[in-house]
Design a protein. Structure first.
Length: 397
């Protein structure tokens, strides 16, 4: 599983700071979270079901904690954790199936609930004691484990309410623990919190006067750094010519501040009044075809990782600002699109599109009905988002 955040469990000399001399006793790894939208949110809000997978790893030579608290703290304004699983585990329990009510509460699943709940596939695996939820009803959740804190994996579920149209959940993974005084050597047990961002599956944001909403994309040349300086110069020249030709054939002009080279690729945004289905179709079909034709005429074939998003963008002193560029650059750097490059050496362009592009364009226009995409969860650099991977012809990603 991919890591979203990691909290180091430390013994520190000072209560308010970490030093390189502090002692690490273990850590808690939070894996990529499953996030599903729920109906029934209060007016002006969106609701989500969030599955939290985390693993505690303790140094086998370290003294065992007397208790440990592990959880999440959301810093996005006005986010509320409505309910949590598990709540209290005084004795070992087997796997239990739960459902989510229209009030966003968890209840134990019964067959007669079918059709009367928002979600009925909430499975809590066998859970060992003693585990209690000690924080819920605010912007976070904490589970406290006592009487047997040891290495192992756990699963939690949350129902979360956000402001309507909220695009991301920003927060911190947190942990704390205690040792017997004789085991702490006069040091302070602490957890080093780690930040994360989860992209939420909702509609496109509304920009203000300085920020607007556009379709943007990036392409990165595979293996660019392994080429010689002269080869890189030729790759840049060829890529620019290919991109310009593809867009010109479609009657689309990309230039000025919204078209920027990155050395090993391109970052660009279409004008707000662009025919977006046409622009997307050009990137998905014409670009790979034109690149294949260019490769056939050269000894050094160019392969690309491409990612797209619809989101906010602005121009700042050092380049693009706002969310979209961060989102699609993370997608282009993610494991799923890199895996396509590795497994399909004949594919000239590996493509990953954001959930927003998929929902707003690919599922809404018939010209994309024959193009096969597979949903994937992307976790990279403390960022998580759902995305959709273009399935190569005749194969699987």
């Amino acid at each position: 599983m991919q890591t979203l955040a990691h909290v180091d469990l430390m013994l520190t000399e000072e209560l308010r700071s970490f030093h390189s001399t502090d002692i690490r006793l273990g850590g808690v790894t939070f894996h990529g979270m499953r996030v599903d939208p729920l109906a029934g949110a209060p007016d002006g809000h969106d609701a989500y079901l969030v599955k939290v997978d985390y693993a505690t790893r303790l140094d086998p030579e370290a003294p065992p904690p007397t208790w440990a608290e592990i959880g999440l703290r959301f810093t996005t304004p006005d986010v509320l954790v409505v309910d949590v699983l598990p709540r209290s585990v005084p004795v070992e329990v087997p796997q239990i199936r739960y459902a989510v009510t229209k009030g966003l509460d968890f209840i134990r699943y019964e067959p007669d609930l079918a059709g009367r709940v928002l979600h009925d596939q909430v499975a809590v695996p066998p859970t060992r004691p003693v585990l209690d939820c000690v924080e819920v009803g605010g912007p976070g959740v904490r589970w406290r484990r006592t009487e047997g804190v040891r290495s192992g994996s756990d699963v939690g579920w949350l129902t979360v309410v956000t402001p309507q149209g909220c695009r991301e959940l920003v927060g911190e993974a947190v942990a704390d623990y205690a040792l017997r005084p004789a085991d702490s050597w006069g040091l302070h047990p602490r957890g080093r919190a780690d930040g994360f961002t989860i992209r939420l599956p909702c509609g496109a944001p509304v920009g203000d006067a300085a920020i607007n909403v556009r379709l943007g994309f990036t392409v990165d040349v595979v293996g660019y750094g392994k080429r010689t300086i002269r080869q890189r110069e030729q790759v840049q020249k060829r890529l620019r010519e290919v991109v310009d030709a593809v867009l010109a054939d479609a009657g689309i002009v990309l230039n000025g501040p919204y078209f920027q080279g990155t050395g090993d690729g391109v970052v660009a945004f279409f004008e707000p009044d662009t025919d977006l289905p046409k622009a997307l179709d050009t990137l998905l079909t014409a670009l790979p075809q034109r690149l294949s034709e260019d490769n056939a005429a050269h000894d050094d074939p160019i392969r690309l990782r491409m990612a797209m998003d619809i989101g906010t963008v602005g121009l700042g002193p050092l380049g693009f600002t706002a969310d979209a560029i961060v989102n699609f650059c993370r997608l282009a750097d993610s494991d799923p699109v890199r895996e396509v490059v590795r497994r399909h050496p004949d594919v000239p362009v590996a493509v990953l599109v954001s959930d927003t592009v998929h929902d707003m364009l690919i599922t809404r226009f018939e010209e994309f009905s024959e193009i096969d995409f597979r949903r994937v969860d992307v976790v990279v650099k403390n960022f998580q988002a759902a995305a959709h991977l273009l399935v190569p012809a005749g194969g699987t990603p």
